[in-house]
Design a protein around this ligand. Structure first.
Ligand code: XD4
Length: 228
């Protein structure tokens, strides 16, 4: 079963995942600020910016990450940011939010200048994540596994990243068996979500381009992480 050192390893990741939540003031604003496409976009920009900050803090605490080649650290962060954000917001939307917040956030996302063709795959993903009823340990480890994907663009030392990702996949597999004993395929379904996540990268790039075209303003951090 899960060994002592795997438990310690998992605790580091889960504590970091829970410690770095999206600041309350951002989620509070979701309910307060008035409701226009412009205002909604500004809120999403704040949310995305704080999600990137949370992502960077979480990533730094993944055991072994800071001992990777520095350029590979950046390549992994930039390559996984969108997926980690969609994962985090899917979890926020499907569990964390006090009831009532979810609908408001969903409405604001739907009315923020994101065109319909990206909305559908995005919300389909949110629904498919919600149906999994992941426990928080699984959410934290799945996010860490996503960040440590060796085949991101510009990653030089693949084997070094694989050596970090493998033990995480092993713990995640055991967790799934532990928390979902009657669903032997649960782990496979979880990894299947990562494939679905990759398709969202493409839609996200289109979202950024269409926002850019409408001359919407981005924050420096979002420009840096997505080279826009
Ligand atoms: C450059 C830029 C990017 C985003 C973004 O990616 O938002 C993410 C897409 C969905 C998944 C996480 C987001 C915050 C979301 C819930 C809107 C939002 C605003 C903005 N000015």
């Amino acid at each position: 079963e899960i060994t002592k050192e795997q438990q310690a390893f998992m605790k580091v990741i889960v504590d970091s995942y829970n410690r770095h939540q999206i600041p309350q003031d951002v989620t509070k604003k979701l309910l307060q600020e008035q409701y226009s496409a412009e205002e909604n976009f500004i809120l999403l920009t704040e949310m995305a910016t704080s999600q990137v900050q949370v992502l960077v803090e979480f990533t730094k605490n993944i055991p072994g990450f800071l001992s990777l080649d520095h350029e590979d650290q950046i390549a992994l962060l930039k390559g996984s940011a969108v997926e980690a954000m969609f994962l985090r917001s899917a979890q926020v939307l499907s569990t964390k939010m006090p009831n009532g917040h979810t609908e408001v956030l969903e409405e604001r996302i739907r009315n923020s200048g994101i065109s319909e063709e990206f909305m559908t795959p995005m919300f389909n993903f949110y629904k498919s994540i919600g149906k999994l009823h992941m426990v928080q340990e699984e959410q934290a480890l799945l996010t860490a596994v996503t960040i440590l994907t060796p085949d991101r663009p510009f990653v030089k030392d693949h084997p070094a990243v694989e050596r970090l990702q493998e033990p995480m996949l092993e713990v995640l597999r055991k967790l799934c068996a532990l928390h979902h004993p009657r669903e032997p395929q649960y782990f496979a379904r979880l990894l299947g979500r990562l494939t679905e996540l990759r398709t969202l990268n493409h839609y996200h790039t289109e979202m950024l381009t269409s926002w850019r075209m409408n001359d919407q303003k981005f924050t420096p951090l979002l420009c840096e992480i997505w080279d826009v």
